[in-house]
Design a protein around this ligand. Sequence first.
Ligand code: MTE
Length: 310
Amino acid sequence: MLIKKPADIRPSEITPPDLFRQRRRLLELATAASVGTLLSGAVRAGEKLTGVRASAYRAEDEPTPFEDVTRYNNFYEFGTSKEAPAKAASRMKTRAWTVVVDGEVTNPQTYAIDDLLKLAPLEDRIYRLRCVEAWSMVIPWVGLPLAEVLKRAEPTGNAKFVEFTTLLDPNQMPGQRSDVLDWPYVEGLRIDEAMHPLTILAVGLYGEVLPHQNGAPIRLVVPWKYGFKSAKSIVRIRLVEQQPASTWMRAAPREYGFYANVNPEVDHPRWSQAKERRIGDFFKRPTLPFNGYGEQVAKLYSGMNLRKFF
Ligand code: MTE
């Protein structure tokens, strides 16, 4: 996001998701069989997730095609272009993977990822995602409410904020060998934002195990905030008393605030936030306050000056 991108996004040539997946699966099977690594039971990006419960949180907007959701990504650990993560993230190992929940809690936990997924039923949620770079998507996530994970850790009275940390492993994440950002990637939420029922930890999209480039095996999704708040490939969730300094705030404090609520009235120094281009659309559309989730979340900020706390 520190790097200027052309304002115009080329509409992709879209392969229907089913055909795309079929092709990819065939390629995967061919590769795996040829090197003898087709292990039964191994968790693979693209596998169908079972037992997913339908949720009431489903935006009515048309979902962005699977191919665009998984080919147009920000994940600087794998390069700064939108295309790099889809190519470079596939080799990241997402099993074994542990997530630590600690800090201001009476019951700290270290979860094997598959145990964490059992804490609550997985739900499908169709959310809009608005990036600060003025493009947007609509993504059918599969995930569980973050609140379920936090409650089990029993936050103390000092737990005012939650800090999320991405894996640090330059061997697997070649982008971490450059100093484009201060690694590991860190994001933060206020505790009431983290506990809000709209906030989820996503583990899949389009009903399938999360592709690596979208933040496998587990990433944050907060639909009323700009996309950069949604930390990917999380290894630590720490409850803290002081507001965490997020990676983007440290990189450019005038450009990226802690709250990062989608707000058409407060422009980013390099991008107007009044409108957005939905990936695949030609015309821009107006951006909605809180990305259209104001009814559910505006009350979290009553009395706050959102120009100051941007
Ligand atoms: N998380 C990590 N660890 N590294 C990143 O570079 N980019 C952020 C966010 N999470 C990023 C990250 C930004 S800028 C955006 S817009 C979203 O991920 C993009 O998520 P998507 O690729 O699934 O659309």
